[in-house]
Design a protein around this ligand. Structure first.
Ligand code: MN
Length: 282
């Protein structure tokens, strides 16, 4: 009788892909790119990466050579809102394939992947732009993008347990586990289940309550500057909204940013951390 994966086996396997504690970097962790390929290339160059584009339209390729010993690590939300989501995907997919980068998925990436799978998703919050930008691309590219997103670990736990990277954050007790609840937190953070006056899900400032020793590096919520809150740091500095694209060099803890070249999407909500959860102990 063939061996069947049980639910437990599957979750242990998924958690195993997230657990890279044996890998100590150094890493250049990059915040939400949202289709801002020009700024991503400028940031990579500033971090010492060599970015080489080649090929003709329809067969564009890009090769990225990292500085000796370093690798990039993307916190997710590669697509939507910005001007060049396919080029961002080409860059990041090439880097992950060559071993020059790791990536975790963001909520926008997952939604786009669901659209690629033919699921019924609303083309809002910049997804409409990504759909228009991907239209001229060959089918093989779309298939490769879908496969790429499905291959990503939902979070990464690194550097002897000292570092965790997840799109919207993670709680320390979730490290080493994967479940529906863990996936939801990694993609959406702490939410109330309700929407605000802008029609966006109400989020809470989980980082203000974080007491873990593991440094958690995340994105998801645009903030004016990347600043440490307890042992967490949000690297989403709203590049697609005319802010900047930010990287954290680990273990140096040095911040490197490049300014956005344009306002690609008008922000609906002001930048900044969300409010505290009612009753939060801080
Ligand atoms: Mn985002």
């Amino acid at each position: 009788m063939p061996h069947q994966m049980t639910h437990f086996d599957l979750e242990a396997d998924l958690a195993g892909r997230c657990d890279r504690r044996h890998d100590s970097g150094p890493f250049d962790i990059i915040g939400d790119v949202h289709g801002c390929a020009g700024e991503l290339e400028a940031l990579l160059v500033q971090l010492g990466y060599d970015v080489r584009w080649s090929g003709a339209p329809g067969a564009v390729r890009v090769d990225v050579i990292p500085p000796a010993g370093r690798r990039a690590l993307f916190v997710g939300d590669l697509v939507d809102r910005g001007p060049r989501s396919p080029d961002v995907l080409r860059l990041v997919m090439s880097m992950v394939e060559s071993g020059a980068a790791f990536a975790v998925p963001g909520n926008h990436d997952v939604k786009f992947q669901r659209w690629l799978d033919g699921k019924d998703v609303k083309a809002t919050h910049g997804l409409d732009r990504t759909i228009a930008q991907i239209a001229p691309e060959p089918k093989a590219f779309r298939v490769a993008v879908g496969r790429f997103f499905k291959s990503l670990p939902i979070y990464l736990w690194l550097d002897g347990g000292a570092l965790a990277v997840a799109h919207a954050g993670i709680k320390e007790e979730m490290l080493g586990r994967v479940s529906g609840e863990v996936r939801r937190f990694c993609l959406y953070g702490e939410t109330s289940g309700e929407t605000d006056k802008f029609g966006l899900p109400i989020r809470y400032h989980w980082a203000a309550e974080y007491r873990g020793r593991t440094a958690v590096v995340y994105g998801h919520t645009p903030v004016p500057d990347a600043d440490w809150v307890n042992t967490t740091i949000c690297l989403d500095t709203g590049c697609c909204f005319g802010g900047k694209l930010t990287a954290l060099r680990w273990p140096e803890r040095e911040i490197v940013s490049v300014p956005a070249a344009d306002i690609y999407t008008m922000p609906v909500r002001p930048f900044g951390h969300p409010p505290l959860r009612p009753g939060a102990a801080v």
